[in-house]
Design a protein around this ligand. Structure first.
Ligand code: URA
Length: 410
């Protein structure tokens, strides 16, 4: 077998066998195949796709590239959630505490940013001293103790996905249904939870742009869940407009804190309640409306916020030092009118260029970089109103930012 033949086979739209996938992907994991050849194979997969058998095979290869967490010592229901990636999606920081304060354990393994979409680990690392590299023992002990823990993929959990994910992030190979399905499901299965809710984002700012593709991805992930005997529910939600008001790591932590304190964006709040209710409903085997009642109570009586504080403290984070130390620029409306659209993709890409995401594998994220939106779709604005504030430690050529690309005003 040789890697060039495998790349060419996929380039020609042929089906790869599990042995061929293993040769290429495990070869890459073991540094026998270089970045450039794996990038080429990933691009061929993006362009030519993979069938269901190939996707199941790749999921299995990702899953067995490392350990599978054994959470059997945690007695009681365990629920996990995942988003296929959006702009301004800070839901994990809000939902984890909500669900844990309803008595359902949330062992959460999260990822870093991918392309123009942010990742929970980068967001949490923007909290000074916050530890995202818990050992397996620490992770399980914390879930047992307070019901919620978040860790980055440990070295021994799906290490192949970790390496491929970092390469996809910087090679334009993020938007592929089989790659997304196998990446997400291998991590979720390895993460050990028995109930999994997946928020499949669709729209301009998502990795998946169309409804038929979102349905395809949902069905594929549910089928993989059935194969591994996990309960999986998928929820398809829009990602044309950024979620909430803030995009960028520390800014999003601040927004999550506001939301847990009863302030903040209604769309974000509703989505968090919806996903948390599905998690509680599945884990406790109660109907959705009953679960929603519990979730709302945890938010409204402050238990969810207290759980968030406990979680951050447990992982070493210092919330008292959450200042935004960056230069700032304001974007003003050049006309009177109504905001018809805020382009999530353009906002996500602008946030990356401000330093909130990576353009190269080695890039270091600026925790303070990002964008705060001062308006939402449907708002009336006048010429000169502030539409958004940009934060960065780079020298931003503000005149190069094309306001019409970000905001559609009619
Ligand atoms: N989230 C993941 O974990 N993997 C993907 O490929 C996309 C989103």
């Amino acid at each position: 077998m040789n890697i060039i033949e495998i790349i060419e086979k996929k380039k020609n739209g042929e089906v790869l066998t599990k042995d061929e996938l293993k040769f290429a992907f495990y070869g890459y994991l073991e540094d026998k195949i270089p970045d450039y050849q794996m990038s080429s194979l990933l691009m061929a997969i993006c362009l030519k796709g993979m069938n269901t058998e190939e996707t199941f095979a790749l999921t299995d290869l990702f899953l067995h590239s490392g350990d599978v967490l054994d959470l059997s010592s945690l007695k009681g229901p365990k629920a996990d959630k995942h988003s296929t990636g959006g702009v301004g999606d800070k839901t994990t920081m809000i939902i984890g505490p909500m669900v844990a304060s309803c008595g359902v354990m949330v062992p959460k393994m999260s990822g870093r940013g991918l392309g123009h979409t942010g990742g929970t680990i980068d967001k949490l690392e923007s909290i000074p001293s916050f530890r995202t590299n818990l050992t397996e023992e620490e992770f399980i002990a914390q879930v047992e103790d307070i019901g919620f823990a978040v860790t980055a993929q440990t070295k021994n959990l799906t290490p192949l996905d970790k390496k491929i994910y970092a390469l996809r992030d910087v090679t334009g190979t993020t938007e592929s249904i089989p790659l997304i399905a196998s990446s997400i499901m291998s991590k979720k299965i390895a993460g050990g939870a028995d109930c999994i809710v997946i928020d499949v984002k669709v729209g301009k700012g998502a990795l998946i742009k169309t409804m038929p593709d979102a349905v395809k991805l949902s069905q594929l992930m549910e089928a993989i869940g059935v194969f591994y005997q996990r309960k999986v529910r998928t929820v398809i939600t829009p990602m044309d407009t950024p979620l909430g008001r803030c995009v960028g790591n520390r800014l999003e932590v601040l927004e999550a804190i506001d939301l847990l304190n009863g302030k903040g964006d209604e769309n974000l709040r509703n989505l968090c309640i919806q996903l948390a209710s599905h998690m509680v409903s599945m884990a406790k085997e109660i109907d959705y409306d009953e679960a929603k009642k519990e979730v709302l109570e945890s938010l409204e009586d402050g238990r969810a916020y207290q759980k968030f504080l406990e979680f951050v403290k447990k992982q070493g984070g210092k919330l008292e030092s959450l200042s935004i130390d960056a230069k700032k620029w304001e974007i003003h409306s050049s006309q009177d009118g109504v905001i018809e659209a805020i382009d999530a993709l353009q906002i996500g890409e602008l946030a990356v260029s401000l330093g909130a995401g990576r353009l190269n594998k080695e890039d270091v994220i600026d925790p303070c970089a990002g964008i705060v939106l001062n308006c939402k779709v449907g708002d009336s604005v006048s010429k000169g109103d502030i539409l958004a504030t940009l934060y960065s430690n780079k020298d931003v050529a503000i005149e190069m930012v094309v306001i019409e690309d970000l905001f559609q005003i009619k």
